[in-house]
Design a protein around this ligand. Structure first.
Ligand SMILES: [Zn+2]
Length: 883
């Protein structure tokens, strides 16, 4: 409930500050004090709606990001000194005097609210020759959690306010205790900020006793080139954490002790004293100060264009630099106080990534023989894994830890908090493990795993507050009942039910090494799992396997957790942020308006049928007359030598990855109609399909056909009521959108509003429900390959050929092949491989050479399945326009 607390506190602060603002304004105008209304929100201050609209429009067009300015590590003894937020005018003036006295340059990041409150201070800063930049509207922490509109509003308003009052253009933005996610950077850029600033070190001036501050120790821990931040804005956490000082629950109009709060209540003279101590310490250590602006010039020189390799390298550098820096600060507790409200870490059980990789993780070093066996087998197999080691283990088995490190495995921190351990105890244990790992073994870790008991909230909070990642597992390999087992096969059989054909991308497996009685079991298991549940995911036809063909990249790799997590080319946010979904795919209502008059006409334009589906077979709710108005060909109208590959249902990585490889190998797109029922257990695989450039359509959530034959009456009947249809269809689309809604390949969204009816059966009610829930094409197809029934590859290749070529060997233009992606479908990838290889060998002039199309390229606006002439005319006029 921390989020709520934060909101409440913000409301309180906002309310108070606004009260002050209006008081101040009225005071100046020498008018009677106006009564402050609690209805006034921050939204009423400086309307920037026009700017916000512009920014949002800009974001639709451009994904450009602001560049992060951070310290520039170097040998010259200089730092950029910044002040974040403003405080009372008296203190501000003292600080300006001090800066002059110690001949220091500083950049003041001012927040919009305080600026409105006290524009004079901005003039003073300017006159003192110091720089003014932007610290957002109220210096709100954790802004990465805000939606795009809120961010845009905040940045635009702040900029408007600061610009108007600063008489110099602020062009740097700094957010308070905020992760600069892609979204934050994009909005900042769209709001006109080329750069955002990330401080490397924080000097806390809000100690109750400034005399106790050891500024020399703080400066000694600094790295030359850092951006040092002095936070003047009262820290929200400091307020919430002082029991008795603030009542968080009162109505806004109660205003308990608020005056005190906005003043910090901590004695402002202390701030000036602390600042002076810092300036003296800097001088003693022979540091000079520069403006942050100077760093931004340096960074824009090196990263002028968004070269991603550089960008990510830079990010990685920043991350490790920051981590080191914060470690240094932790070992010097006076200089650093917890700032902002920390988000508890989420336990990562499966990594959201589309990379063809998963992780082995290990813990428990007490049996050296097992660790040696594991290390040897990993070496032989060329696997790099992640080992979690505890502080006690580092102390007791340093030689084992060294061996793990020497073998180039990743090392993370294992913790075992006692039941009921406090946040502080857990934090300390992580910090001291981390320090030991660094000092004794030279390894900086940023992964933590709680290796016993249920992961407590305090663990999540501690890990989050230290900016580590909390690692869990998708599968715990070691189970109590197997303790005395001596057969790897027996354990495998019980561990993976027959339905678990393979493991999945992004999974984290955990092996506890010191558990089994038999020392060979862990090693045996790690080998068997690779062989039987990972290697089987790769495509290996007789002429195309990883030994014969080096270009066969279908295999899944076993990699350290950190490596997969850091490979941002493949990681993604799940569920997808709705704001990142193209507008036409965002809404849940009907895409095409229908009523009783136009239903049949609309449905017949948007239904691509099937030869076998007719009034007599798998169709209900339509009259014989109606039926004549529905397509039964299953061909897309086109003059091109084009065919379409479609795949139904859902399956394991072993089944679907092979299809993906074959399609990638031949560079052809497919449309995947997904049964969404189980999809959320493996979003990585669904997203991988989309990211590879294929189209995603729905095959319903529960695969209930619109009509089934009643075995007694031999008549077709419905399987669910309309309400159930509506729910099923909406759910299915939403699930697909949650995983793939933001994926575009070459500017085209992967997600479609296409639907493939289960068993191809249709009903009037079902079609109505489909159009009502936003689907736009109901696509059966010209050929059911019945691939799940195929006896061998040859037979399947023949069936597919019948679907593609006429008896004269010409391409059936616009043919849609219905295939499947389930685990029972064994021959489809290889059959397609054969067909596509043969097709590629043909000359371009050969009329039997086909290309494989994307359905959405052919089902353009105005397309009508029931009116081929008009459709083709439209295609031609569109072609003419293009020429
Ligand atoms: Zn199906």
């Amino acid at each position: 409930m921390k989020g709520r607390t934060l909101v409440l506190v913000l409301i309180l602060i906002t309310g108070v500050s606004l009260a002050t603002v209006f008081f101040y304004k009225d005071f100046q105008k020498n008018q009677p004090v106006r009564e402050y209304s609690s209805n006034i929100t921050i939204d009423d201050l400086y309307n920037a709606d026009a700017e916000v609209a512009q920014v949002l429009a800009q974001l639709e067009k451009s994904q450009e990001k602001a560049i992060i300015v951070t310290g520039v590590p170097g040998s010259s003894r200089q730092i950029a000194l910044t002040f974040d937020g403003l405080t009372d005018r008296n203190t501000m003036q003292q600080i300006l005097v001090l800066l002059k006295k110690y001949n220091s340059k500083a950049t003041f990041f001012v927040d919009g609210l305080h600026t409105v409150e006290d524009p004079q201070t901005l003039a003073d800063i300017k006159n003192a020759g110091q720089k003014i930049e932007n610290f957002t509207l109220v210096g709100m922490p954790k802004m990465e959690n805000l939606p795009i509109e809120r961010l845009a509003k905040d940045f635009c308003r702040a900029e408007k306010i600061v610009k108007e009052n600063a008489t110099q253009d602020p062009n740097l933005l700094k957010c308070n205790d905020t992760k600069y996610t892609e979204q934050v950077l994009q909005v900042a850029k769209a709001c006109g900020f080329k750069n955002v600033v990330q401080s490397d070190a924080f000097f806390n001036v809000r100690q109750s006793n400034a005399a106790a501050i050891d500024a020399d120790a703080f400066v000694a821990a600094l790295r030359p080139g850092s951006i040092v931040s002095v936070k003047l804005l009262a820290d929200i956490e400091l307020i919430t954490n002082e029991p008795g000082k603030t009542d968080l629950k009162p109505a806004i109009d109660k205003q308990p002790g608020l005056k005190e709060m906005s003043q910090g209540g901590l004695g402002e003279p202390e701030i000036a004293l602390a600042v002076e101590k810092l300036l003296i310490a800097l001088q003693k250590a022979q540091y000079s100060t520069v403006f942050v602006e100077d760093y931004s010039k340096m960074s824009s020189k090196t990263a002028l264009r968004p070269d991603y390799s550089n960008y990510f390298a830079l990010l990685a550098k920043i991350a490790s630099f920051l981590q080191e820096q914060s470690m240094a600060l932790f070992s010097c507790p006076i200089a650093y106080a917890a700032e902002g409200i920390e988000q508890p870490a989420t336990e990562i059980k499966t990594i959201f990534t589309t990379e063809q990789a998963l992780s082995y993780t290990f813990g428990g070093l007490t049996k050296e023989a097992v660790v040696n066996d594991v290390l040897e087998r990993l070496n032989t197999l060329g696997i790099k894994a992640t080992f979690f080691v505890s502080e006690a283990e580092m102390e007791k088995y340093p030689q084992i830890v060294r061996k793990i490190i020497a073998d180039k495995h990743e090392v993370g921190i294992a913790i075992r908090p006692k039941a009921g351990a406090s946040l502080e105890e857990t934090r300390k244990s992580i910090m001291s493990s981390s320090r030991l790992l660094k000092e004794q073994f030279g390894v900086s870790a940023n992964l933590v795993k709680q290796i016993s008991g249920i992961v407590a909230d305090t663990t999540k909070e501690a890990v989050g507050s230290l900016d580590y990642k909390l690692i869990g597992q998708s599968i715990n390999i070691v189970q109590l009942k197997h303790k005395d087992y001596t057969s790897v096969d027996a354990i495998m059989a019980e561990l993976f039910r027959s339905s678990i054909v393979s493991l999945s991308r992004g999974e984290i497996l955990y092996f506890k090494m010191d558990f089994y009685t038999d020392n060979q079991i862990v090693g045996g298991l790690l080998e068997s799992i690779k062989q039987n549940k990972i290697d089987n995911i790769a495509y290996a036809a007789f002429y195309d396997n990883s030994t014969n063909n080096r270009a066969n990249n279908s295999q899944y790799r076993i990699k350290p957790v950190g490596e997969i997590l850091n490979n941002t080319k493949y990681t993604y946010q799940y569920p997808v942020d709705l704001q990142k979904v193209p507008p036409h795919l965002r809404h849940d209502g009907p895409e095409i308006a229908i009523d009783s008059h136009n239903f049949l006409a609309t449905a017949s334009q948007h239904y691509i049928g099937q030869n076998d589906v007719s009034f007599e077979d798998r169709m209900i709710g339509f009259s014989k007359m109606d039926e004549r108005r529905l397509d039964k060909t299953g061909f897309v109208h086109t003059q091109d030598n084009v065919i379409f590959l479609t795949f139904d249902d859902w399956g394991s990585d072993a089944a679907i990855n092979k299809l993906l490889y074959v399609l990638r190998k031949h560079n052809v797109p497919g449309t995947f109609f997904i049964i969404t029922n189980n999809v959320l257990y493996n979003p990585n695989l669904l997203r991988a399909i989309a990211v590879e450039g294929h189209e995603i359509g729905s095959h319903s959530d529960k695969h209930k056909p619109m009509a089934v034959m009643d075995p007694k009456t031999h008549k077709y009947v419905k399987t669910q009521e309309k309400e159930e249809y509506l729910k099923d269809l909406a759910t299915s689309y939403q699930k697909l959108r949650e995983v793939t809604g933001d994926v575009t390949v070459n500017g085209k969204p992967a997600l479609t509003r296409f639907f493939r009816p289960p068993t191809l059966a249709i009903s009037k009610m079902g079609l109505e429900a489909l159009l009502d829930t936003g689907y736009d094409y109901i696509i059966s197809g010209s050929t059911s390959t019945n691939d799940y029934k195929a006896k061998d590859i040859t037979q399947l290749v023949d069936t597919i050929k019948e679907g593609v070529y006429t008896q004269y060997g010409e391409v059936k233009k616009g043919a849609i092949l219905v295939m499947h992606m389930g685990d029972s479908v064994i021959y489809t990838p290889a059959a397609l491989d054969i067909l596509l290889t043969a097709n590629e060998a043909k000359a371009d002039s050969d009329p039997s050479k086909f290309k494989v199309g994307r359905l959405s390229d052919y089902l353009f606006a105005g397309y009508s399945q029931i009116n081929p002439k008009r459709t083709l005319r439209l295609v031609h006029s569109a072609d003419n326009v293009r020429k």
